[in-house]
Design a protein around this ligand. Sequence first.
Ligand SMILES: CC(C)(COP(=O)(O)OP(=O)(O)OC[C@H]1O[C@@H](n2cnc3c(N)ncnc32)[C@H](O)[C@@H]1OP(=O)(O)O)[C@@H](O)C(=O)NCCC(=O)NCCS
Length: 145
Amino acid sequence: MISIEPLSEKDLPEVCRMEELVFPGSAWTNDMFRDEIRKPSSCSLLLRQEGVLIGYLVADTVKPELSLLKIAVHPDHRRKGFGSMLLSRLADQSRKEGFTKIFLEVRVSNSAARRIYQRSGFTVAGIRKSYYPDNEDALVMERTL
Ligand SMILES: CC(C)(COP(=O)(O)OP(=O)(O)OC[C@H]1O[C@@H](n2cnc3c(N)ncnc32)[C@H](O)[C@@H]1OP(=O)(O)O)[C@@H](O)C(=O)NCCC(=O)NCCS
């Protein structure tokens, strides 16, 4: 059984273990997640299969727009459609709540993420030069809901 629920503070120890695995060197800490999900403007989703943590995303909202800050799927469970499932749940839910656009930034070199975003209906809206701490450029992508 698959469940998709907002991320809650009790999930954070588990989420942080996966975060370290997925984003070594730039992982969000427990405090960063906690501060983010406590914001009234925060929107997050956590996907479990048979209770096992598979993936999560975190977005920030400024109505009528959302900004996707993070999406991760556990390395053992990639290419099975879970990332797409999280993105479509975010889109369906936020459309119902009156949001009209999702924005995100993605590393130019992150071809897996660029591909999933394209497949989920995002298009390139611009480029932010030297956006990341290592000076890599970011593509800004947007999806109209
Ligand atoms: C990006 C990420 C979330 C994708 O999750 P996922 O569950 O594997 O994605 P899906 O199975 O839904 O893939 C959907 C489509 O995206 C594309 N895609 C996903 N991973 C890909 C890869 N490694 N290479 C090429 N295309 C890829 C494919 O078109 C795929 O469809 P297909 O499997 O039918 O070909 C996952 O790779 C991840 O956690 N990466 C590390 C964290 C990250 O970079 N996050 C984004 C920046 S915050």
